[in-house]
Design a protein around this ligand. Structure first.
Ligand SMILES: [Zn+2]
Length: 212
């Protein structure tokens, strides 16, 4: 039996956060009423993410309220991960369309986990350029810019965590023809880790609007 995917990666991350909060609640609160309230709040927040769930999908999610400890949480999340809709790997043609100005762009053959991806990101270490394929309010788009590692922790503009970041610099056309504006954003140095923590598309869309 295969599970029909119905979860986006960011929705999975959101649910994971709720699950961890519940586990912490169970570990620190004894009052059954409080636990009950925590559980109903969690399930409400999770179901709110979706507009059209089948009864089976609802059942999968409602399992949250049965989680008591870390071990149960791990099992639940492991099972839930099989419902994540994978990121579709772009073909060579698609890459050309997303990055029309870049010649001979190739996706790395290793290190991209399409099953746990809200946005795709890869670096050209030689030229210190980062390429990002991300959903936006106007569909999938390609962003490219340079990146510079930093030694300080900052909030990532995509997943909003205080973490090791790099400065991602993009150039956008200015209002006057022939002019450019440079924009810099701190984003996770490790994009795979970022993809494990981005829990809302709003923040990602904000980032996209900001760099374009
Ligand atoms: Zn991040």
């Amino acid at each position: 039996m295969t599970n029909e995917p119905f979860l986006r990666n960011d929705q999975f991350n959101f649910i994971k956060r709720q699950v961890h909060q519940l586990v912490n609640g169970h570990a620190s609160v004894n009052d059954q009423h409080v636990i009950g309230a925590l559980e109903s709040l969690s399930i409400e927040k999770v179901l709110d993410l979706f507009s059209d769930l089948t009864p089976e999908q609802k059942e999968v999610l409602q399992h949250i309220v049965k989680i008591g400890d870390k071990e149960e949480a791990e099992i639940f999340l492991f099972n839930l991960a099989s419902y994540i809709i994978p990121f579709s790997e772009p073909s060579e043609q698609r890459l050309k369309k997303l990055f029309p100005k870049v010649k001979k762009l190739k996706l790395p053959t290793e290190g991209l986990n399409y099953k746990r991806m809200t946005y795709l990101s890869f670096d050209d270490i030689g030229t210190k350029r980062r390429y990002i394929i991300t959903p936006s309010q106007k569909g999938m788009i390609g962003l490219s810019g340079t990146y510079e590692e930093t030694n300080v922790k900052h909030f990532c503009a995509i997943c909003n965590r205080l973490t090791n970041v790099c400065m991602f610099m993009t150039k956008t056309k200015g209002d006057i023809p022939g002019t450019y504006t440079k924009k810099g954003n701190y984003i996770c140095q490790d994009a795979e880790d970022c993809n494990h923590h981005v829990w809302s598309l709003d923040k990602l869309f904000e980032f996209v609007d900001n760099v374009r």
